[in-house]
Design a binder for this molecule. Structure first.
Ligand code: IPM
Ligand code: MG
Length: 370
C-alpha cells in the first residue's frame, strides 16, 4: 500500500458496521465527484475478531493498520463478549491498536452545534458556541503501567494492582502536541493532573512547564487539578481552549466534555502518533461513542460522530482541510434543515434513520458543487 490514499476500515461491533456504512458513502462520493482516489480495505476488530479468530486484534490486522495511511474504527464491545478472558476482550483490541501504532496523542474536540444547543443538559448560554479540545495521553499511565494484576495474599484475601507511571518523554511529547494545537486555536492550554496527591502528577506539571517555557512561551499555560477541572467543565466550560491530561483523567474528562454538547453521537476523535522520518503519521480515527448494543442493527444510530472522525482524517492524515470543512458544513446544513437521528431528536424535528442521515449528508455535498 504505497501510493494513493489508503484507509483501513475496522467497523468492529454493535452499531460500528452501520455507522461505517455511511462513511463509505462519503468516501465513494469523494472518489466519484472529486476524484480523490481513496482505497478502502476492511478488517475485523473487537468482538467480531474474537468470533472469527479467537482474539480481538490479530497480528495481520495490526500490520494492515501500520501500512495504512489512516485507520477508521467504528466501535468495539458488547454483552456477547462479557465472559471472554480479560486479555482478549474486545477493548484489548482497541488498546492493542493504540499501543501498537504508538498513538500517544488522542484529540477529542467537544463542539456544540448551534442546532443542538437545546440538547445539552446544561443551560444554552453555558454551552452555546462551545469549542474545546481535550488532548488525552493515550499510550501510557495506568492503562499500561506495570506491575498490574490481581494477586492472592497469604491470608487468602486478594489485592488488585495497577500502576500510574509516566516518563519525561511521554509527558513532553503529548504536551508539545497540545501546544501546537493551541497555536492554531485560541492559544491557551490547561494542563490537568493531581500534583497534590501523585508524584506522577508532580512530574507531569514540571515537564509541561518545562516544554512551555522552552518551546511555547507564546501559548498561555494554566495548571489545574483534575477534580477541579471536572467541576469547571460543567460550571463554565467556555473558559477552556485546549486541555492536556493523562490517559485516565482524559478518559473521564472527555466523556464529561462530550456530554456538554448534548450527544455522544456527534463527537469524533483522532489518535495520532509521531511522524516518521518518511513523513508518515500513524493515525486512528474513531467516534467517542461506544458500540451501543441496545440499538445495534436497527438503523437508529447517529453516523455523524464517525463521519466527523473521517473529516478529522481528511485534515490530519490526508492534507485535505478544505474537504474536511466541506463535509462539516454539509452536516451543519442537514441539522439546520431539522433532520435528527433518535439520539438528538427534539420536538418539531424530523426523525430519520442512520441511512437517511448519511444520504442527506451526501445530498448536501452534491449541492456544495452546484
Ligand atoms: C475510550 C473508551 C476506552 C478507554 C475503552 C473502550 C477501553 O472508554 O476510548 O474512551 O477507556 O480508553
Ligand atoms: Mg472512555
Amino acid at each position: 500500500m504505497a501510493d494513493g490514499r489508503n484507509l483501513l476500515v475496522l467497523p468492529g461491533d454493535g452499531i460500528g458496521p452501520e455507522v461505517m456504512r455511511e462513511v463509505r458513502r462519503i468516501v465513494e462520493w469523494l472518489n466519484r465527484r472529486l476524484n480523490l482516489k481513496f482505497e478502502i480495505e476492511e478488517d475485523l476488530v473487537g468482538g467480531a475478531a474474537i468470533d472469527a479468530h479467537g482474539r480481538s486484534l490479530t497480528d495481520a490486522t495490526l500490520k494492515l493498520a501500520k501500512d495504512a495511511d489512516a485507520v477508521l474504527l467504528g466501535a468495539v464491545g458488547g454483552p456477547k463478549w462479557d465472559k471472554v478472558a480479560f486479555d482478549i476482550r474486545p477493548e484489548a483490541g482497541l488498546l492493542g491498536l493504540r499501543k501498537g501504532l504508538g498513538l500517544f496523542a488522542n484529540l477529542r474536540p467537544a463542539l456544540c452545534f448551534e442546532a443542538l444547543v437545546d440538547a445539552s443538559s446544561l443551560k444554552p448560554e453555558i454551552v452555546r458556541g462551545l469549542d474545546i479540545l481535550i488532548v488525552r495521553e493515550l499510550t501510557g499511565g495506568v492503562y499500561f503501567g506495570t506491575p498490574r494484576g490481581i494477586e492472592t495474599l497469604p491470608d487468602g484475601s486478594r489485592r488488585g494492582i495497577n500502576t500510574q507511571v509516566y516518563t519525561t518523554e511521554e509527558i513532553r511529547r503529548v504536551a508539545r502536541a497540545a501546544f501546537e494545537l493551541a497555536r492554531v486555536r485560541k492559544g491557551r492550554v490547561t494542563s490537568a493532573e493531581k500534583a497534590n496527591v501523585m508524584e506522577s502528577g508532580i512530574l507531569w506539571r514540571e515537564e509541561v512547564t518545562f516544554v512551555h517555557g522552552k518551546e511555547y512561551p507564546d501559548v498561555k499555560l494554566e495548571h489545574m487539578y483534575a477534580d477541579n477541572c471536572a467541576m469547571q467543565l460543567v460550571k463554565n466550560p467556555k473558559q477552556f481552549d485546549v486541555i492536556v491530561t493523562d490517559n485516565l483523567f482524559g478518559d473521564i474528562l472527555s466523556d464529561e466534555a462530550a456530554m456538554l454538547t448534548g450527544s455522544l453521537g456527534m463527537l469524533p476523535s483522532a489518535s495520532l502518533g509521531a511522524k516518521a522520518a518518511d513523513g508518515r503519521l500513524p493515525a486512528l480515527y474513531e467516534p467517542v461513542h461506544g458500540s451501543a448494543p441496545d440499538i445495534a442493527g436497527r438503523d437508529l444510530a447517529n453516523p455523524i460522530a464517525t463521519i466527523l472522525s473521517f473529516a478529522m482524517a481528511l485534515k490530519y492524515s490526508f492534507g485535505l482541510p478544505e474537504e474536511a470543512k466541506r463535509l462539516e458544513a454539509a452536516i451543519e446544513r442537514v441539522l439546520a434543515t431539522g433532520l435528527r437521528t433518535a439520539d438528538i431528536m427534539q420536538p418539531g424535528m424530523a426523525k430519520v434513520s442512520t441511512g437517511v442521515m448519511g444520504e442527506s449528508i451526501v445530498r448536501e455535498l452534491d449541492k456544495s458543487l452546484e
